[in-house]
Write a protein that binds this ligand. Structure first.
Ligand SMILES: Cc1cc2nc3c(=O)[nH]c(=O)nc-3n(C[C@H](O)[C@H](O)[C@H](O)COP(=O)(O)O)c2cc1C
Length: 215
């Protein structure tokens, strides 16, 4: 489906460093889906962002590594980001956390107020979803607006066909719908800021100007 959109640019990358990565294949599929639905895509590789272990002494003496500057530039050059991350021991790969730690030291802080969509692929039945809950924590702490829905591909070694598409058509629809809904939100946030002034009432709360929130 291709719909007319205002310009929106998405940084898409897999957090896996290995050549045959399932998450890189999922990231490529996400990039293609975004492009097919009218978005601009910056498809990156984790190798571009992989930095030496964070060390405040190194930062003070040598400054930031080029890989951290690269991730900062690519995040700030986009309206939103999509990360396809492997699950390592129920969490995110150390290399991804390390890159986030480096980037968090820049001012202004690049993730602040940027929308993010998280996805994962794993040969397991859980699809790496537990790792994404861990990944949400530093990103949300840094002010990223992490999309509530996440896409985790279970048994990814079978779920991804040789043609790079999802074998199961219904799962393919779900994947597309998740991406389109995320794109709609990013587009609205960037181009229709009037929604930010709308009062939002949360269930269970009585309307009260003192506690009403805007988003
Ligand atoms: C150090 C390490 C820890 C892993 N821990 C998990 C895990 O907790 N859950 C899981 O589903 N898979 C786990 N795996 C398997 C990965 O999901 C699998 O290797 C996957 O293919 C990695 O993603 P990639 O193909 O994008 O590189 C682990 C793999 C490694 C190397």
């Amino acid at each position: 489906m291709n719909q007319a959109r205002e310009p929106v640019r998405f940084l898409v990358f897999s957090a896996s460093l290995r050549a045959g990565s399932l998450n890189s294949r999922l990231a490529q599929l996400a990039a293609a889906e975004i492009a097919a639905n009218g978005g601009d895509v910056d498809l990156a590789a984790m190798g571009d962002f992989d930095a030496p272990s964070y060390d405040a002494d190194v930062q003070e003496v040598d400054g930031f590594p080029a890989a951290a500057e690269e991730l900062r530039d690519r995040v700030m050059g986009s309206d939103a980001f999509v990360i396809a991350s492997p699950e390592y021991n129920f969490s995110m790969p150390g290399s991804l956390k390390n890159s986030i730690d480096w980037v968090s030291r820049f001012s202004p802080q690049p993730f602040n107020e940027r929308h993010g969509l998280l996805m994962s692929a794993s040969p397991s039945m859980a699809g790496g979803n537990r790792g994404l809950w861990a990944l949400r924590i530093p990103l949300e702490h840094l002010g990223a607006r992490v999309y509530p829905d996440m896409f985790s591909l279970a048994q990814a070694h079978r779920a991804l066909g040789k043609d790079g598409q999802l074998v199961d058509a219904r799962l393919g629809d779900r994947f597309e719908q998740t991406i389109i809904a995320f794109m709609d939100l990013v587009e609205a946030s960037k181009h229709y800021p009037c929604v930010k002034t709308k009062w939002v009432e949360y269930l269970g709360e009585h309307p009260d100007p003192a506690i009403d929130r805007v988003e």
